[in-house]
Design a protein around this ligand. Structure first.
Ligand SMILES: [Zn+2]
Ligand SMILES: [Zn+2]
Length: 298
């Protein structure tokens, strides 16, 4: 595939920082790839030359382990992940398994389509795990939350956005996207939440989010890595509150989300960098120097 654009995700930072176990080294990061088919291997019938496709985090699954056969390929025992255990999209071209490529059609801008390939797809899975509640809290208002806010609003539900303490820029950004309320992560929202989704890699947020959810509410950890969760009084978990994590995605998650995305009309706010400034993009993500998502252009 020729790479047209590749989003920069917090997971890329975790890979580069060596915070994830057993990476392939050396590795080319990047798992929000919009590209065009440039050559096709023997036996590939799913794609055609020149077709625009999206390549997500899930790069390969075994198809035969107990998780794969029970429609939970996100938990496959022998997976490959794009930009982590197989080379990704911080490149001018890449090789992918056609079965894990999503046709994107020709509507929409290459840059705008890149961030939803992770934030949207894994966000979609996180939303399903969060359940049917009306009031959803999003902790950490970056690339994933800004896309997910639009999805939640489109579903007619309410978003409560939690940022770093005093980050009024992020809070204003959240309100501009339709959040009902935005405040600091230490605040208790005006209404208790049915579920909280944590996107920031900060374990301290787990007990804070437990305080903000109602009885029976869920706290969903949506990131691949998090600092240690501090101990907390059992009463925060009592009354059937739940803590869950979301791992990876299935192809079904991707197909569902990408079929709805045009109806939702997701606008992704992006900051573009030339490929050779990939390290700058990662540094800016680490420092929170842009709103929305960074995208690399080869
Ligand atoms: Zn990602
Ligand atoms: Zn498997």
């Amino acid at each position: 595939m020729k790479v047209l654009a590749c989003g920069v995700c917090r997971t890329d930072l975790h890979v580069v920082d060596g915070e994830l176990p057993n990476p392939q080294v050396p590795i080319i990061p990047g798992h929000e790839i919009v590209g065009r088919v440039d050559a096709i291997g023997a036996g590939v019938i799913e794609l055609h030359m020149g077709e625009r496709v999206g390549i997500p985090w899930l790069g390969h699954t075994c198809g035969v382990c107990p998780y794969c056969v029970r429609h939970r390929e996100n938990l496959c025992d022998h997976p490959l992940f794009t930009g982590y255990t197989r080379d990704g999209g911080f490149a001018t071209a890449c090789i992918v398994d056609a079965r894990y490529a999503f046709p994107l059609g020709e509507i929409g801008d290459d840059v705008a389509l890149a961030p939803p390939l992770c934030a949207g797809l894994i966000g979609w899975r996180s939303l399903a795990i969060a359940g049917e509640g009306q009031n959803l809290g999003l902790y950490g208002f970056g690339a994933a939350a800004h896309i997910l806010t639009q999805v939640i609003r489109w579903q007619g539900r309410s978003v409560f956005a939690f940022s770093k303490i005093g980050d009024t820029v992020a809070q204003k950004f959240a309100r501009s996207l339709g959040a009902t309320w935005a405040g600091d992560s230490t605040e208790i929202p005006p209404q208790l939440l049915d579920a909280a989704l944590i996107f920031a890699p900060v374990g301290n947020l787990v007990p804070l989010a437990l305080k903000a959810v109602r009885k029976g509410g869920r706290v969903v950890c949506a990131g691949i890595h998090m600092s240690d969760i501090p101990s907390f009084p059992y009463r925060l978990l009592w009354e059937e509150r739940q803590i869950l994590s979301v791992a990876n995605l299935t192809r079904r998650d991707g197909i569902e989300f990408l079929s709805l995305a045009p109806q939702i009309g997701i606008v992704s706010k992006t900051t573009s960098y030339p490929l050779k400034q990939a390290n700058q993009a990662l540094a800016d993500l680490r420092a929170g120097r842009f709103e929305g998502a960074a995208v690399l252009l080869p």
